[in-house]
Design a protein around this ligand. Sequence first.
Ligand SMILES: Nc1ncnc2c1ncn2[C@@H]1O[C@H](COP(=O)(O)OP(=O)(O)OP(=O)(O)O)[C@@H](O)[C@H]1O
Ligand SMILES: [Mg+2]
Length: 481
Amino acid sequence: MQIGIDFGTSYSAAAASIGGRLHGIRFGDEKQFRTAVFFPAAVPDPNDFVLTDELDAQVDAHMRSARAAHRNALDAWRRRVAEANALPAERRVEALALASEPVQRSEDQLRAAALRSVRAGWMDRRVRESRGAAVSVNDAVFGDDAIEAYISDGYGHLVESPKSMLGYNLLPNAKKIILHIATHVLEHIRLSATRQLETPVRAAILGRPVEFKSALGPQGTQQALEMLTEAANAAGFEDVSFMEEPAAAAMHYHTQRATPERSLIVDVGGGTTDVAYALVGGPERAPRIFGSWGLPKGGTDIDIELSLHAFMPLFGRGEPGIPVHHFREAASVHSPPQQREFRGHEYRNAPPPFRQRLTALQRFGATSQLNRQAERMKIHLGEHAHGRVDLGFVEHDLAVDLDRSHLDAAYADFLDRLRALLQRARGDIGETPESIFLTGGSSRAPAIQNAIRTQFPDVRLVVGDPSLGVVSGLAAAAALD
Ligand SMILES: Nc1ncnc2c1ncn2[C@@H]1O[C@H](COP(=O)(O)OP(=O)(O)OP(=O)(O)O)[C@@H](O)[C@H]1O
Ligand SMILES: [Mg+2]
């Protein structure tokens, strides 16, 4: 039995076409899962914690800074109340309702919170010291559960979007780890498919972007394909082949159309954006692909930009004395080396409140949590003018308000590149397509749909299933062999 596998940067899915009917493989209750794996690590025993003089001094410092923060919040509240009282009666009530009095915590409560924080810092250091020690592969957790486990437990190794690492120059050990993780993901898929289709699954067509994310040029794509083949073989697939993701989406559209049409297929995903020009529909077994074009950027790059524009100023981005690349490292949750760099920085001399916030962001799980908020806000602001993000996991009561200007700034670079990609494709095909078939999770974004419409104002836009277009086409192609 040959299946189609969409090993995506953000989400992975698999399907088989049997007797012309599509069978989506389920992962729990879903037809796809987050391409993330969490390997729990040995957790240090919190009972080993002893309050030394040094740690006790840290507790005092925490309490002093919490008292100062409370005094500042109280002053700000008093000012707000005074301003509200100066307003005309009809606006006063609303303004007073918005100004909430900061809660006064007792000395005992302050001490308990300070102790918790110092103990957490001590645990982090213990974990960091024992990094690389006992990691239990058998306890691997997949999908959203992996990210949840990492955020709540912290201790262990989380790899999000291993696909986005395949095209980079990897040190032998990092290469081994990424291979290992890709193998795990593919094995998870193969075993799920074998169970659900009730037949051994040993062959697969894997989707591949036209161009992988890479710092090595075309050699990066070559390396990525070799690593994926090796991982698939190790996962028990004896027969592995690849199909470009937009060609797979074209295959899916082909199976749905009775009459032939020249269509530009656009797949805007998490890591890459891929385009193909194809003759789809009609009696042929498969579409005819005339050409394909790739941009190694996608939704995850927009998340990073949103994080940089909307969140990182609260951590001191733009402050003299804190190198600007630290913020990109912190936001790049898909790159373990950049995350490691960020965690290794020392912020003892950074001015408050950035010192405390950056240190909080260095805790295990914190950057992943921030990135999740960025992704959620990107999606939310596509439909709403405003949004508020609670950053209480960084600092008590910290929150940030976002609006469309943040979203526009986050999309700007991606949209420029998307326009350039579409212009290149249009120049190469030298005619106007009869339709544009749109798929990929990021194609839900109004900003992206508008940019495509503006490039091809007179062309009919066919909005396909954003999540399952590619995997459906791969399954249809797998059934042809
Ligand atoms: N409503 C939305 N608005 C904007 N972006 C969205 C929306 N819904 C999902 N996304 C984004 O879509 C991306 C995931 O898309 P998709 O599942 O097609 O990617 P993928 O196949 O895993 O990645 P790739 O094909 O690049 O390897 C994520 O970046 C996600 O944030
Ligand atoms: Mg995809």
